[in-house]
Design a protein around this ligand. Structure first.
Ligand code: ATP
Ligand code: ATP
Ligand code: MG
Ligand code: MG
Lengths: 151, 154, 151, 154
């Protein structure tokens, strides 16, 4: 059981180092509180967003925390490949430049998997291959409007 | 493999039968608050049977039936690029509901659908669908809960 | 004690009806679970965003819930006037048009009180009288750049 | 009344003494993630003494001293339009810290500062400062906790 945990952990950690490094001008890794006995402790991150000093997760800014978490999610997804991915407003806390970075990463991942992302942010919408518009009809039912092709 | 078509009928805010063709690559869905974007993702989760009613922001499955129309059923079809078409239908009854699952038009058990999906890497405890608020939830977790995420995957 | 609660509740409810009505094409009000004995129950909302049917708060969309909550906060602020207000990224879940609505409301409130709002969203930035830019220096310390005057 | 000037020295990410003049009306602060925007609001809360260390995302007050420089003090001055200037300074010591409060340059107790603020409608349990994540927190509250908000105001 410990073996299974550690091999999964190592794989996701290695994904995280790559993905987090690409999303931010910095680097980071996963950290086990109790490496000897993982189940006795928790899992946290040691990250250097934009090459800053390491700080506890709760001392980081909202956007920095969100980027770490998103990189963690992407690391798990890379470990368990699926034919399609759905992302609902994952760019909420990010500034425009970080949204672009996420859109860029999704774009390259989407060469091998189908990605459907819901977003209200311009850089995400602009990074996609196509846009599906969703609005409300006067009778309050959902209207899905034509698919716009991007770029 | 990828999803080629979504057909949403009387599910949540989809009062009128709606067809959404989907392609490979990177598709973005956008529009005003409350228009039905998250409901599209909910319809996929509902059809594939990989979340409970609570995961679809409903207290019971019958909440998923559109309240604007007077019909008592809601139906979602998900078609894949390998030709498979998965359907799920709920029907409100006097004292509850019925839930029907179909593989390529033939009635089946929910387990059959889950088995098909598992063969293609789609599992209920997977992270291929990130719902609105999941990032904030994982961000605010204790270190212990976060490690448990790895436990479940291993 | 019950008197004090009810008079505060009534004042904030009346603020909420006005503010929520202005922020959304709809209407709403506060609801006490136990009007007879407020302290035995909770406080929730009965709202019709864009004239839709009433739904439980947890069945509404992320943006709709956020707008209800923001209107609630503004209702409390109107009840306890202060010389200045600080808002940190309150527009996170809102679509562009709702962000404009919030910016518009802050603009009119700012005629009598000083408002300092942190935001990453264009419609909020465009609705302000001036912009203070904040960036990072190469040594990782904060740099506050000139104040741009708007409109 | 309004805030006319913020002077932030060695507090959180403000490694260099920074002056921020403020005016009436509607001011927006923007910039990249992690640049220090929320820290500006934190500096006001710190100087006015209306939040604990935890409300400023610090485990103890000494975490608020800039880590980039080698100084052991952090200082914030808030000037108001009626001429009042409130200052708060923390100084790291061998086994903790000292916290100093000043009204118009003269050493005073934190209670004096809070009394001045209360006269102008600024209270620690007030809602005039909405921090990052407060909307989401209040949104996800139980109905019971939400009613307690009214209790505290009444
Ligand atoms: N059974 C139902 N019948 C009719 N309408 C429903 C039903 N269930 C949910 N809705 C409506 O669907 C809307 C929510 O849709 P959804 O969550 O998809 O919005 P969204 O586009 O994701 O918005 P946001 O950008 O705010 O997240 C709500 O207004 C809700 O009232
Ligand atoms: N004592 C300290 N010394 C140096 N830097 C600090 C200190 N405390 C916090 N910081 C840094 O301040 C930064 C956070 O600033 P802040 O929260 O103001 O960002 P922000 O501009 O609000 O970002 P966001 O848009 O993501 O919310 C973090 O990168 C953190 O490392
Ligand atoms: Mg949504
Ligand atoms: Mg911030």
């Amino acid at each position: 059981k410990r073996e299974a945990f550690l091999s999964t952990y190592t794989a996701i950690d290695s994904n995280f180092k790559d993905i987090y490094g690409r999303l931010t001008r910095g680097w980071g890794k996963l950290v086990l509180e109790m490496p000897e006995d993982p189940f006795a402790g928790g899992l946290t991150f040691e990250v250097h967003p934009q090459d800053k000093d390491v700080r506890r997760l709760n001392m980081m800014s909202g956007g920095e925390k969100s980027l770490v978490t998103l990189a963690f999610i992407f690391s798990i997804q890379r470990h368990m490949p699926a034919p399609f991915y759905g992302l609902d407003e994952v760019d909420m806390h990010l500034d425009g430049s970080n949204v672009e970075g996420i859109a860029h990463m999704i774009r390259s991942l989407s060469e091998t998997s189908q990605f459907i992302a819901i977003s209200l942010r311009k850089p995400m919408i602009q990074g996609a291959d196509r846009i599906i518009g969703v609005t409300i009809r006067p009778d309050k039912s959902t209207l899905v409007t034509g698919v716009k092709c991007n770029a | 493999m990828h999803i080629t078509l979504l057909e949403i009928d009387n599910f949540k805010s989809f009062g009128r039968k709606t067809k959404i063709p989907l392609e490979t690559g990177f598709t973005v869905i956008s529009g005003p608050n409350g228009s039905g974007k998250s409901n599209i993702l909910d319809s996929i989760l509902f059809a594939l049977g990989i979340t409970s009613a609570r995961g679809l922001r409903a207290e019971r499955l019958t909440d998923l039936i559109n309240t604007g129309s007077n019909k008592n059923t809601a139906e979602v079809h998900v078609s894949f690029s390998d030709g498979t078409r998965i359907t799920r239908r709920i029907k409100r009854t006097a004292n509850g509901y019925y839930s029907y699952n179909y593989l390529n038009g033939r009635l089946c058990k929910q387990g059959d659908v889950l088995a098909f999906l598992a063969n293609h890497g789609i599992k209920p405890q997977g992270y291929n669908i990130v719902m609105q608020g999941d990032v904030a939830r994982i961000m605010e977790m204790s270190d212990f809960e976060r490690r448990k995420i790895i436990d479940e995957i291993a």
